[in-house]
Every structure is written in structure tokens, then in C-alpha cells.
Design a protein. Structure first.
Length: 142
């Protein structure tokens, strides 16, 4: 085999493995709260990724499959995201409100809540989750 054929075959093989690596479903997040939301995925805050902050009140925030693939690299079937209601994960001293476990090809596996102020609705096997609740408007005015 000539060098050209070896290089060409290698490039084809790498491109096919890259396509399958990123062949994950995207994720849609709705934030029905008055706080921005971020997630810490294996110690990296989502702010380090494109579109990593879900703004307060934002509907249908799309996280594309390439971003999910990068965040969950090496943990595709068990991607663990700690959810915070801040724009900087735990850096401002906030506690996580929940942990969402996600499979990049099968969707949400589980949600464990750590706060009674919020709820996360996420159908198992789905590629959508919604955050509701938080401090009431009256409590925030005190």
C-alpha cells in the first residue's frame, strides 16, 4: 500500500469514528426560574462551553450534540452534571440543587434533587429537562 493510500484510509477511519463519537442527541433545557443556571460536569463548569449558561426564564435552551460530546467525553453513558442556580456553578458559594445523570445516546438516566426550593422535570430517556421553583418574589424583596 502506498503512503497516500495509508494516509487516506486513516483519515477516512478517523472521520467515521469522529462522526459516531458525536452522534449524540442534543439536550433542551427550560429554566422557569428567576436565576441563571449552570452545571458542573466532572468538575468543569458549563460556562467553559458554548452556551453554558441557561438564563433566568429562558425557554428551550439548546445544547448541541458536539458540546454534549465534549462535556461528557469518556463518560458518554454516565455523564454526571451537578446543577446550580448561579451563573458560575459553585464559585459564588452556591450549593447544587440537583444531580442529573445523562446518557448521550439514550437521554436522562436519573435526577437526584438536593433542594426543596426547586424541581427538575426530566423524563427518563428524554433529551429535555425543565427547572422550576426557587425563592418566591416576596421572599426576594425582604
Amino acid at each position: 500500500m502506498t503512503i497516500k493510500k495509508i494516509v487516506f484510509t486513516s483519515l477516512i477511519a478517523m472521520s467515521m469514528s469522529t462522526v459516531s463519537m458525536f452522534a449524540h442527541a442534543g439536550l433542551v433545557i427550560t429554566n422557569n426560574t428567576k436565576q441563571d443556571s449552570t452545571s458542573s460536569i466532572f468538575g468543569t463548569c458549563s460556562t467553559a462551553l458554548p452556551g453554558g449558561i441557561v438564563k433566568a426564564g429562558e425557554q428551550n435552551h439548546k445544547v448541541d450534540d458536539i458540546t454534549i460530546g465534549l462535556a461528557c467525553w469518556g463518560h458518554e453513558s454516565n455523564c454526571v452534571a451537578d446543577v446550580y442556580m448561579t451563573a458560575d456553578c459553585e464559585k459564588s458559594g452556591a450549593s447544587k440543587i440537583a444531580t442529573v445523570v445523562f446518557d448521550t445516546s439514550k437521554g436522562v438516566r436519573s435526577v437526584t434533587m438536593n433542594s426543596s426550593q426547586y424541581t427538575i422535570t426530566a423524563p427518563i430517556g428524554g433529551f429535555f429537562f425543565q427547572v422550576d421553583g426557587g425563592p418566591s418574589a416576596l421572599a426576594s424583596k425582604k
